[in-house]
Design a protein around this ligand. Structure first.
Ligand SMILES: C[S@@+](CC[C@H](N)C(=O)[O-])C[C@H]1O[C@@H](n2cnc3c(N)ncnc32)[C@H](O)[C@@H]1O
Length: 421
């Protein structure tokens, strides 16, 4: 038997918190489930000012990821040639636009919060200077270089542009940080851990037992009749080195040089560096996508969310586009706030939450998803926007509240109802 899993609620009577003076610009127009997740339809400048008057949000956002317009002076369209968003602010106007919003984002962040700003080569240095000023140069953590697409047959007299950049800042020096690792590949294991220990059959590598710089303490003293090599000190005290040697964890070369054994089975994987090659945007016919332009790779968002937040934390993307950050956050059991100024983005997000994504191939060939029919959010006919959910493997987002500035604006959307079979 089909079970209804949602309730559509119209009008601004679902209030989930109140501001200090009881007034917000944005009001809930539809709520499904009872969670802290919020999707705002509006200019993030106004939305963030509203959020700053909400004590449940101000200073409680653990992570912000944004992928704003890049000052390309162009208009982006969906795969169906619908205007998705404009990117027409350039030069000083763009910098002022970013400046006034980054200040609000800082105020929304918790003291142990982090912010990631995705940009391309044109504005990344301008915004880096701005962020140094707003967040403090000492809170700059990384500039990640991301490979965004496969190599191109570039026609300009220049190198092919396949990279963009993510500026990573924290609000303070004690931000949430969960170190990320890539799994070992067979090829890398053979290169990095070439030895197998007799008896235990454990795979290991050999590393020096000394490090640069002289020391006057224990690590500068004699061990097994040897002083550390000139200009160096032992990595561990002679006592600790003895312990390792007794456990068979020091390898002695034929000419008597000690090396420490580091075992593969004690490694968490390959620590993630600041060049990311594995998170290309749509790169083959089987890539799942909403069809929204500049949609980012969801696995990249998951990496960022895992690194800089914990389960139950609040994650915000106030240039949400197709909602990649929001879906990733939802899947990883974080709460989220998404904001977008474009009705096309809101429409795409609602579709994505309720219907998942399609492969690029399905978009190109206009094949309707096998998973379920796309709803028509702007139809007045209820039958048009009812979704039958079959066994969808992707993560769907069911619990959130949609906010808009004024009830009339909100009524533009005809939200679908769900039916699970
Ligand atoms: C590059 S896209 C984001 C794409 C997104 N990362 C994704 O994975 O789909 C930038 C988005 O910012 C939105 N935007 C631009 N100016 C905005 C503003 N002032 N307030 C809220 N959203 C805005 C645009 O409508 C657009 O959807």
């Amino acid at each position: 038997m089909a079970t209804g899993v949602s309730k559509t609620k119209w009008n601004g009577d679902v209030q989930i918190s109140t501001s200090e003076n009881g007034q917000f610009m944005f009001h809930p127009i539809w709520q499904n489930g009872n969670s802290a997740n919020r999707l705002y339809y509006g200019d993030n400048f106004t939305v963030m000012n509203d959020l700053l008057r909400d004590n449940t949000v101000k200073g409680n956002v653990r992570l912000i990821y944004i992928d704003p317009p890049y000052a390309t002076n162009s208009v982006f369209q969906t795969r169906k040639q619908q205007d998705a968003y404009t990117d027409l602010l350039i030069g000083d106007d763009y910098i002022v636009f970013m400046h006034e919003r980054l200040i609000l984002m800082k105020e929304l962040l918790s003291e142990d919060g982090s912010i990631y700003v995705h940009l391309d080569k044109n504005m990344v240095f301008h915004i880096k200077i701005l962020m140094d000023k707003i967040f403090g140069a000492n809170n700059f953590r990384s500039m990640i270089t991301r490979k965004k697409c496969k190599s191109k047959n570039f026609t300009k007299n220049s190198f092919g542009n396949i990279a963009d950049y993510i500026l990573f800042y924290t609000k303070s020096t004690n931000a949430v940080w969960n170190k990320q690792y890539d799994p070992w590949t067979d090829e890398k294991i053979l290169k990095e851990y070439p030895f197998i220990e007799e008896g235990t059959r454990r795979r290991y590598k050999r590393v020096p037992v000394h490090a640069p710089g002289t020391r006057n303490g224990e690590t500068g003293k004699m061990w097994r009749g040897m002083m550390p090599p000139e200009g160096k000190h032992w990595q561990l005290t002679p006592n600790k080195l003895d312990e390792l040697d007794n456990k068979g964890e020091i390898y002695w070369s034929q000419n008597g040089n000690p090396r420490r054994k580091v075992y593969l089975d004690e490694s968490n994987g390959i620590a993630l560096q600041d060049i990311w090659l594995d998170y290309l945007d749509i790169n083959n016919q089987n890539t799942q996508t909403t069809g929204y332009p500049t949609e980012k790779n969801i696995d990249m968002l998951k990496r960022i969310i895992l690194a800089s937040s914990n389960k139950g934390d609040l994650v915000m993307d106030c240039f949400a586009g197709s909602g990649t950050t929001l879906v990733a956050a939802d899947e990883l059991d974080r709460n989220w706030i998404g904001v977008d100024i474009g009705s096309e983005a809101i429409k795409v997000m609602l579709n994505r939450f309720q219907n998942g994504t399609k492969t690029l191939d399905e978009h190109i060939n206009n094949i309707k998803s096998q998973k379920c029919e796309m709803p028509n959010l702007f139809s007045n006919d209820e039958n048009d926007n009812r979704i039958i959910i079959n066994n969808i493997s992707q993560h769907l987002v069911a619990n959130y509240t949609l906010f808009a500035n004024g009830n009339d604006l909100g009524r533009e959307f005809k939200l679908p109802s769900y039916q699970q079979v």
